[in-house]
Write a new protein. Sequence first.
Length: 231
Amino acid sequence: MNILCSICARGGSDTLKNKNIKKLYGRPLIVHTLITAKKTKIFDNIVVSSDSKKIIDISKKYVDYTIKRPSSLSRNNSPKVPAIRHALINSEKFFKKKFDIIIDLDATSPLRTTKDIKGALNTFLKNRNSNLLSVCKSNKNPYFNMVEKKKRKIKIVKNSKINFYTRQDAPEIFDINASIYIWKRYNLLKMNNIINKKTGIFIMPKSRSIDIDDYYDFELVKYFFKKNKNI
C-alpha cells in the first residue's frame, strides 16, 4: 500500500499576510507540518504543492518533491480537491508509481500530532471510507443556538419537529477543522466534493483543531503550541 502525503500551501492570504511562512517559534509555519509528517513514518513520499517560490524553496529540505501549482488552482476561491488531485497526478508522474491512499495535511493546522494522523488513517481503513475529514466537536448547533434571517424574521437554522432546550439534547454537530484529509486514489480522481456518500470523520480535540485564518487564530495557536510542545 503506497501512501502519499500532500501539503498544499498557497502563497497568498487576505486575512494574514504570508501566513504559510509566518514564523512560529523560529520556524516558518509550513515547516511544523512538514516535520510532523516526517515523524509519522507512514508515508512513502511527502510532497508540497504551491504557487509560491518562497514556500517551495523552504520545503525542499523536508520533502521528496515540490510541485509548482498553476495560478488557476491558487486563487482565493479555488476549491481544495482539484489542488490535491493535481498534486497526486504530478507525483505519480514524478515517482513513476501509483499511490493507493493520499493524506493531505493543511499547513495552517500545526497543532495536529503524529498520533492524530495515524489515528485518522486507522479509522479510514477500518471503516472503508471513500475519503475522511478530521473534525472537532462544535460549540454552536444549528438545531439549538444558530439562527438565520429570512424576510426580516429570525429562525433556527435547522428545522426540527422536536424542540431542543439544551445544546446537549440536540443532535451532535462537528466542525471540519481543516487538518487532515484522506482519500482513496480512485475517489480523489473521480470526485469533486469533500463530502460524499462514504465520507468518514476522525474526531480531534479542540486544543489541536485550530486552523489559522487570521491574527487571532495565530495567537491562539502560539499559546497551545507552547503548552503542548513545552516551549
